[in-house]
Design a protein around this ligand. Structure first.
Ligand code: SF4
Ligand code: SF4
Length: 119
């Protein structure tokens, strides 16, 4: 992962990690698998990216229901789940560039597939 020049610490951040979620998806191997990746991109506010280890991830811009508005505080802070307690700025994507290639739209994905096939 490439470290960014300025490190943002959790206590000076608006809590961007509460505004969405990232899930690893199956790495496509067959033609049909590659077709299936489109399904993620058909959804609103959903991107797919390949990280620097070659893992495929779906990133959904869906804020947590416990957030009091965009950029707001956690309404269940003292009872927040372990996942929220364990996240730290030292592993945060705000501070490390772990994206090899990102597809924001089906068009971007198709262009990448065409380029890949022509190699
Ligand atoms: S983990 Fe990252 S996004 Fe979340 S509060 Fe810390 S610096 Fe901000
Ligand atoms: S439970 Fe609180 S800390 Fe965890 S994602 Fe939701 S708003 Fe953020």
């Amino acid at each position: 992962m490439l470290k960014k020049s300025r490190i943002v610490k959790c206590d000076e951040c608006r809590g961007d990690c509460c505004d969405g979620l990232v899930l690893e998806i199956e790495k496509p191997r067959t033609k049909e698998d590659y077709e299936d990746v489109r399904w993620y991109l058909y959804h609103e506010r959903t991107h797919v990216y390949i990280d620097k280890d070659g893992d495929w991830m779906a990133e959904m811009d869906l804020p947590c229901i416990h957030r009091s508005g965009r950029g707001g505080r956690c309404k269940i802070y003292n009872k927040r789940p372990p996942m929220c307690r364990d996240g730290t700025h030292s592993e945060c994507e705000l501070n490390f560039d772990d994206v090899k290639v990102r597809f924001r739209t089906v068009g971007e994905y198709d262009a990448w597939l065409r380029k890949r096939r022509s190699r």
